[in-house]
Ligand binder design. Structure first.
Ligand code: PLP
Length: 448
C-alpha cells in the first residue's frame, strides 16, 4: 500500500502519457481489482472498459488463476526456456498451443510481450532469408495505423508517421497499405466488395513494385484496434491471402489483441476464414496476470528457420524470462477456464447487449460511426487521425469517461470499448450509462 501523499509529484515515467501534465504528476494509482472493476487508492471505483489494454479477459481477481499462480510459485518460481531446458508448465503450454493454433503443425516460441513476439518473428524470418541467400528480402508489409509493438523494429512496422518521426525510426523497408476501414477509406459510392478488391489491388501493386523476392513478410491484425477497431469487409482477407500465397510471402497474423475469444471466435482466423503461416499472441493468453508473449511458425517455415539457425551454430535468440513458468502456468489455467466456463458462449450472449448499446450511439451528434466485432467496439468521433494523437474529441471523451468512473482508450479518432470477456449484461448497461454521462459532459463543453 502506498504511503505517498497525493501532493507529491510522481517521479516515474508513464508511457502514452503527456509527461509534463497534471495527470502525469498525479496519475491514477490503482490499489485493487475485482471482476471488471478497478479501485484507486482512495477506494474510488472504475469500470475498466478496455480490460487493461485488452488483456484482462477474465477480469482482475479470478480465484482459479490466482491459485494456479500460487501453486506454480510453490513448485518453481523462475526458470528460463533456453539452452535445451524449460519448465513443466511451459512444455505443457507449447503442447496445448500446438494443438489449437490454426497453423500447419506449428512450432511455438516464447517471449515476454506481444512486441517481443513480433520482434522475434521479424528476426527469425530475416535469419531464414539471409541463410537462403536472399539478404535483400528486407521489406515488410503492414497497414497504416496498425500497431505491432513498442520496440524499434515493431514500432516502425506500426503505421503511424508521427511515431516514426518522433523516434527517427528506419522505415525504408516498411511498405504500408490502406487499412480496411470502409467508413474511413471507401470512395463515394464504392461497395464493400469493391473496396476490398481495391485494397487487394493496392497490395498486388506494392508487391510488384518492390518485387516479391524482396519482401520478407506481411503483418496484419484481424481487426486493428489501434486503427479504430477497423473490421475488414467480407472478402478482404481471402483476397490478401491469395496474393501472398501466389508470391510465397509469409502471412503473419498478429492476434495479440484478437486472440482467445475477443471477436467471439477463438482467433480472428475463425471469424474471417484465413490461414496464416505465422502468429503472435499475448494479452488474453493468460489474462495478462503475468507478462507473456508467444510466436508460432507453421512447420514448413519452422523447418527453414531451424536449418538457418543450425547453420549458425544454434538459434541466437532468447531471453531470461522467455517461457517463464509462472506466466505459462497461468496461461494453461486460463485456456482451461475459457473452455470449461464456455467463455465463447458467454461472449456470444453478452455481445447482444454490447452491440445494442453501441448501436444506440450511432445517431448521437458527436458520433461519426460505430464499429463492433464480438466484445471489441469502437465509436468513431474524429476523422483522418494517423498514428497516436493526444488531441481530438476521442481523447477528451476518454478523459471525461475517467471522470465518470470508466476507463477507455482513444485510437485513431475512435473511443475503444473492449471490456473483460467476463462482463455481465448489467455491467454492460452500467458501462454505457457511464459513457453517456461522459458524452453529455463533453457535449456541454464542446466548442460550437
Ligand atoms: N500487437 C498488437 C495488435 C497490439 O495491440 C499490441 C499492444 O497493444 C502489441 C502487438 C504489442 O504487445 P505488448 O504491449 O504486449 O508488447
Amino acid at each position: 500500500m502506498s504511503t505517498m501523499s497525493n501532493t507529491t509529484p510522481f517521479r516515474g515515467i508513464i508511457g502514452f502519457s503527456r509527461l509534463r501534465s497534471e495527470s502525469h504528476d498525479h496519475p491514477l494509482v490503482i490499489a485493487r481489482g475485482e471482476g471488471v472493476h478497478l479501485f484507486d487508492r482512495y477506494g474510488r471505483d472504475y469500470l475498466d472498459g478496455v480490460a487493461n489494454f485488452y488483456s484482462a479477459s477474465l477480469g482482475f481477481s479470478d480465484p482459479e488463476l490466482i491459485d494456479a499462480a500460487k501453486d506454480q510459485l510453490g513448485r518453481i518460481a523462475n526458470f528460463s526456456t533456453l539452452s535445451h531446458k524449460l519448465s513443466e508448465p511451459t512444455e505443457a503450454l507449447a503442447e496445448r498451443l500446438a494443438d489449437i493454433l490454426p497453423l500447419e503443425a506449428p512450432h511455438i516460441g516464447f517471449a515476454t510481450s506481444g512486441s517481443e513476439a513480433n520482434e522475434a518473428i521479424l528476426k527469425l524470418l530475416a535469419m531464414r532469408d539471409i541463410h537462403q541467400g536472399r539478404a535483400g528480402r528486407r521489406a515488410v508489409l503492414s497497414r497504416w495505423n496498425s500497431y505491432h509493438g513498442s520496440t524499434q523494429a515493431t514500432a516502425s512496422l506500426g503505421g503511424g508517421s508521427n511515431v516514426h518521426n518522433a523516434f527517427g525510426l528506419e522505415t525504408g523497408d516498411r511498405l504500408f497499405l490502406t487499412q480496411p476501414d470502409y467508413d474511413e477509406h471507401a470512395l463515394p459510392g464504392e461497395s464493400e466488395a469493391a473496396f476490398a478488391s481495391r485494397l487487394a489491388e493496392e497490395l498486388r501493386t506494392l508487391v510488384h513494385r518492390r518485387g516479391p523476392d524482396r519482401i520478407s513478410a506481411f503483418f496484419a491484425e484481424p481487426v486493428s484496434v489501434s486503427a479504430g477497431v477497423a473490421v475488414p469487409p467480407e472478402g478482404y482477407f481471402a483476397a490478401v491471402e491469395a496474393i501472398l500465397a501466389e508470391h510465397g510471402i509469409p502471412f503473419v497474423d498478429d492476434e495479440v489483441v484478437t486472440g482467445f475469444w475477443k471477436l467471439g471466435t477463438r482467433f480472428g482466423t475463425d471469424r474471417f476464414g484465413f490461414r496464416p503461416q505465422v502468429m503472435s499472441l499475448a494479452k488474453g493468453i493468460n489474462s495478462g496476470y503475468c507478462p507473456l508473449g508467444v510466436f508460432a511458425f507453421s512447420k514448413p517455415l519452422y523447418d527453414e528457420i531451424a536449418e538457418a539457425a543450425d547453420a549458425n551454430g544454434f538459434l541466437m535468440h532468447g531471453g531470461t524470462y522467455h517461457g517463464h513458468p509462472l506466466a505459462s502456468a497461468i496461461a494453461l489455467k486460463c485456456l482451461e477456464i475459457y473452455e470449461k466456463r464456455d467463455i465463447a458462449g458467454h461472449v456470444a450472449e453478452v455481445s447482444k447487449a454490447f452491440a445494442r448499446r453501441l448501436e444506440m450511439l450511432r445517431s448521437h451528434p458527436l458520433v461519426i460511426s460505430v464499429r463492433q466485432a464480438g466484445l471489441l467496439g469502437g465509436i468513431k468521433v474524429d476523422r483522418g487521425v494517423v498514428g497516436m494523437k493526444a488531441e481530438g474529441l476521442a481523447p477528451r471523451l476518454v478523459a471525461a469517461a475517467q471522470e465518470a468512473g470508466l476507463i477507455l482508450r482513444a485510437s485513431a479518432g475512435c473511443v475503444v470499448i473492449a471490456p473483460p470477456l467476463i462482463i455481465r449484461d448489467q455491467e454492460i448497461e452500467d458501462l454505457f450509462d457511464r459513457f453517456d454521462r461522459a458524452l453529455a459532459s463533453v457535449r456541454m463543453t464542446a466548442s460550437p
